[in-house]
Ligand binder design. Sequence first.
Ligand code: PAF
Length: 284
Amino acid sequence: MRRVVGIEEWRRLAAEKRASGRRIGLVPTMGALHAGHESLVAAARANGDYVIMTIFVNPRQFNDPNDLRAYPRTPEADRPLAESFGVDALVEPTMAEMWPAYPDPTPTTVSVAGLGDVLEGAGRPGHFDGVASVVAKLAIVTGSSRAYFGEKDFQQLAVVRRMVLDLGLDVEVVGCPIVRDDDGLALSSRNVRLDASARARALSLSRALAAAADLGGPPSAMREAMAATMTAAQVVVGYAEVVDPATLRPLEDDATGPARALVAGVVDGVRLIDNREVEVRKGP
Ligand code: PAF
């Protein structure tokens, strides 16, 4: 596995690989790698891509400085893991190259209004501006590529797809299914911060989604069932929503068809999210 730090080397490497006929598969991460990231690399490899993984803990997507401080950073473990996943080149850009003005506010911001303001965006102002800005930069430096994102961050995927479309970036966005532990917990770099009791309570997120799927509608009843499941497990509910998968707008009770249920909750100070596809139908 090749290791790259500088933006120019990264840009040149991607160009060389394209010139030799390879398609670039970009896997953007913030490190603390787990099987969820491995599945993104596997998807890129299955497509025959030259896999470039980036690891950069992007401060601009953390609205809470404590959250940024507590975010797991495990570069020594990540490098051999990335290699074992089959990453071809690991890029660990420096802050000075990614955001030269940091910690001063960075003048250039990509903002996806609407999609970026609801759900996670409502509780974490500026979060998706940070995500859209960094993903735009990673994509522009990499150039023509396929970029792989997990559906665990369903809203992030929607924001990135919109940004790529609106800015005309030469990137094919590929969404990959959520990877779960055997007990149903969606894999997340944040899970390492859960002790055994917090982890048991965190399972209420996936249980809440299962309850919503079983209920099948109307959306208001699904929201109530999800919130009740999480509250019963002493999880502080951030949101429990049923939305149109394309617009992320909350569905009314007369909606029918495929929808997305999304939940966010705080367990012992750790913020977790999860989602799944559901079918909604009108109430009796
Ligand atoms: O999903 C993540 O890990 C991050 O939001 C991303 C896409 C790498 C941007 O910093």
